[in-house]
Design a protein around this ligand. Structure first.
Ligand code: DAT
Length: 173
């Protein structure tokens, strides 16, 4: 039996996935798994994408590494893409959304510029990750959460923690 639900927190870079995942992990006891860090620490890469200026993820190696963690349960998976995870991995999926002017400032503060910055802003405006999530999982488990302000962050944390507690009650864990 799983020790808790497995949750995916996704969205364009800079929307607040890591901040939210960490807060939910602290308050729920679930374990936060940052897929970007996991790939970097284990060199789960398969080349470099010159256009996007980032290493190309070796998805098979990432999935192999995640398989046992997901079987154990109680994981918060944090990644800016979601279509390569098997549907069975997640009990619920949250897609964070940020107004593009706010996101622009956050990504600029992170040092993004030029095409990398504009591509990510366009990704957010066009709701690319939300559509990817809706194409990859049954729509009933996909929830969009605003992530513009600290109040949004607090309210999303509370909602997710309450959902986790309800899941644990319903599943006897
Ligand atoms: P991600 O993991 O999606 O790339 P992050 O958690 O690193 O994003 O957040 C990027 C920056 O934006 C970081 O400085 C925290 C800030 N931030 C994120 N969500 C926020 C919110 N809802 N309100 C205010 N600041 C936020």
């Amino acid at each position: 039996m799983k020790s808790g639900p497995n949750i995916l927190i996704t969205g364009t870079p800079g929307v607040g996935k890591s901040t939210l995942s960490q807060l939910v992990a602290e308050r729920s006891g679930l374990e936060w798994v940052n897929v970007g860090d996991l790939a970097r620490d284990n060199l789960f890469y398969d080349g470099y994408d010159e256009e996007r200026q980032c290493p190309i993820l070796d998805e098979d190696k990432v999935l192999d590494e995640l398989e046992d963690m997901i079987a154990e349960g109680g994981k918060i998976i944090d990644y800016h893409s979601c279509d390569f995870f098997p549907e069975r991995f997640f009990d619920i999926v949250f897609v964070l959304a940020t107004d593009n002017t706010i996101l622009y400032d956050r990504l600029a503060a992170r040092g993004y510029q030029g095409k990398k910055l504009s591509d990510n802003i366009e990704c957010e405006i066009m709701k690319v990750i939300r559509d990817e999530a809706l194409d990859s999982y049954v729509k009933e488990i996909v929830h969009e959460l605003p992530s513009n302000t600290p109040d949004d962050m607090e309210s999303s944390t509370e909602k997710i923690v309450l959902w986790i507690e309800a899941w644990k009650r319903d599943n006897g864990s």
